[in-house]
Design a protein around this ligand. Structure first.
Ligand SMILES: [Zn+2]
Length: 394
């Protein structure tokens, strides 16, 4: 039978350096890996990601568990015999903060709302918790956070111990254990008892802060995102910077930012309306002016830098003024825009010209008999194209 690995992190989650013996070399999912006789490396399980670090000079990029054997997945030279292990403490401590914070949050939901924790996932950016509860009011959100942070401020001791299966009923566990045999119990002093194999802080004060950042309803339950410790501080930093930038932009105090944004949004709405009506008027005036240049009822012109909707609007204004045919082109940066329009009383179908124009400007387009539009990328021959159409129409 293959040997199981002794888990140093069960006894001491703060030990980062260790010496061990390679007892097996293998390939795990196409990557080199070793099993050690003992290890500080935590394998991915119970919603907590694996530790990273090194074995001698070789990077440990993932750690998995199979029937009590802890498999260290490596990148680089595979060590043998005696090895010196070192875990990435920053990553581990972050996981300890998030994971211990989860026990506390779960306990707060249990004692305040009798709501069970259904699942936990510790992600790279934030952690999620699924709670058997149909919703979360703002008041409940606040109460849970208060309860959780009070448990941190009172700096409770966090201890782990192994309990025999027959004695486990004496421990007031938050939820029944999923494993049989000897059970590892994590106890947050006078607060929470959970069967758990993860790594935790020694005292709740080390978690620093617990913050729920958002929640959604999923499968009829509350799924919330939360941050603990360093992650919460980083998030505060980010949000503070956003707010500071906004106070500078609006030159208002922090508390007045929402009002300033609301005022600006309302103003923008008014300006947009005004802008639309002004542009319509402008198109009308421009149409009147252009009509003077019409020959044989045909108006042909190439513009530069005109917005698409303005060109269309101008063409429509003209064809509604009387019986006219409009052949408009526009160059705007790399883009070419052609609008062909005619008054509805005229016997033309502008769609007949679409394929010719599309080919000339290397573009695409379409429309109805009285109005077609083509957009393309080739604009150097725009005048020639429109001249060609003009000669077909007269
Ligand atoms: Zn745990």
């Amino acid at each position: 039978m293959e040997r199981k690995t002794e888990r140093i992190y069960f006894e001491n989650a703060y030990k980062v350096k260790f010496e061990a013996e390679v007892i097996e070399s293998l390939t795990y999912e196409n990557r080199p890996a070793v099993v050690l006789d003992k290890t500080c490396f935590y394998p991915e399980s119970g919603g907590q990601p694996a530790d990273h670090g090194t074995l001698d000079e070789t990077e440990v990029v993932d750690v998995q568990e199979e029937q009590g054997r802890i498999i260290h997945i490596l990148e680089g030279k595979v060590p043998s015999g005696k090895v010196r292990g070192l875990i990435n403490w920053q990553r581990r401590f972050d996981h300890m903060q998030q994971h211990s914070g989860q026990h506390i949050l779960s306990q707060c939901f249990a004692r305040l709302y009798n709501a069970k924790t259904l699942s936990f996932h510790l992600g790279a950016e934030y952690s999620t918790l699924e709670i058997e509860k149909s919703g979360l009011t703002d008041e409940e959100w606040k109460k849970v956070e208060e309860c959780a942070n009070a448990a941190l401020f009172s700096d409770r001791k966090v201890a782990t111990r192994f309990v025999q299966e027959e004695d486990i009923s004496k421990v007031p566990l938050r939820k029944p254990p999923q494993k049989k045999g000897v059970i590892r119990v994590v106890e947050v002093e006078d607060f929470d008892y959970t069967a758990c194999g993860g790594t935790h802080v020694r005292r709740t004060g080390e978690i620093g802060l617990i913050k729920i950042t958002k929640w959604d309803r999923i499968r009829g339950h509350v799924r919330l995102e939360f941050l603990c410790g360093g992650r919460a501080l980083h998030d505060y930093d980010k949000k503070n910077e956003v707010l500071r930038n906004l106070t500078k932009k609006f030159t208002v105090a922090e508390a007045d930012v929402p009002d300033a944004v609301e005022k600006l949004t309302a103003e923008l709405k008014t300006w947009k309306k005004e802008n639309i009506s002004l542009r319509k008027n402008l198109a009308r005036c421009e149409a009147e002016d252009l009509l003077k240049q019409a020959e044989k009822g045909i108006l042909k012109k190439v513009f530069t830098g005109k917005a698409r909707e303005d060109l269309r609007s101008l063409a429509l204004n003209i064809i509604h003024e009387g019986e006219y045919v409009v052949l408009f082109g526009n160059r705007s940066g790399e883009e070419v825009h052609v609008v062909l329009a005619c008054s509805e009383s005229l016997p033309y179908d502008m769609r007949e010209f679409v394929s010719d124009v599309m080919e000339a400007v290397e573009g695409k387009g379409g429309g109805r008999p009285s109005l077609v539009e083509i957009t393309g990328t080739k604009g150097d021959n725009l005048e020639t194209v429109l001249d060609g159409l003009y000669s077909k129409l007269i």
